[in-house]
Ligand binder design. Sequence first.
Ligand code: MD3
Ligand code: FE
Length: 224
Amino acid sequence: MSGRARSRRDDLATQSLLPRAALERIADDALLLPGAALDAAPALLTALQPVIAAAPWRHMLTPGGAHMSVAMSNCGQLGWVSDRRGYRYDAVDPDTGTPWPPMPAVLRAVAERCAALAGFAGFKPDACLVNRYAPGTRLSLHQDRNEQDLLAPVVSVSLGLPVRFLFGGLRRADAVQRLALMHGDVVVWGGRQRLAFHGVAPLADGEHALTGRCRINLTFRKAL
Ligand code: MD3
Ligand code: FE
């Protein structure tokens, strides 16, 4: 592992002081674009306000009956939902009974530009899942396999407090790598990494100038 790659594992407080490349390969088909959404971040957060007004944060129920600690919303033609019946994509917000709010143009633009930078020109997301992590919130190791087209990448944009992202292999028992994801970072997961197990370690407490005491993650997908 290179010095820079190893440095990404160091404590989160020093991360912002370290030089970073424009593009880092974190696995065969997973590319990190450090800070690619940094300039757009204020506009992304502003564009999220009407989305959250129309489709308020909620803690969805897992099929097992537990509430997820991550608060979620969606925008775009389709939204990811979870309830006692399972996980799926739906055009209607179950909490409001109305369609999910449209995907703001600035969100779409960042996702499409970053996908193209990572080699996925022509990526047209139809779903954006918005995840909000409060201090202590985690997302346990899982695969994303509710999308029809597993050739389309997933584009993830991190905003606010930094987090340790966990990513493993194609089997749950495979070794897990830890990676710091910070405000403005974008990751594009495609190809063979599409079905990799991944999760998020419990969020450390802190305060971010733009988001306050939370991390917000935007996940863009082609669900249909
Ligand atoms: C790797 N969200 O919503 S985004 C999720 O930070 C989810 O909120 C995390 O995992 C978050 O399902 C991670 C990064 C991500 C998203 C999808 C992936 C990584 C992925 C799909 C395959 C492999
Ligand atoms: Fe996931």
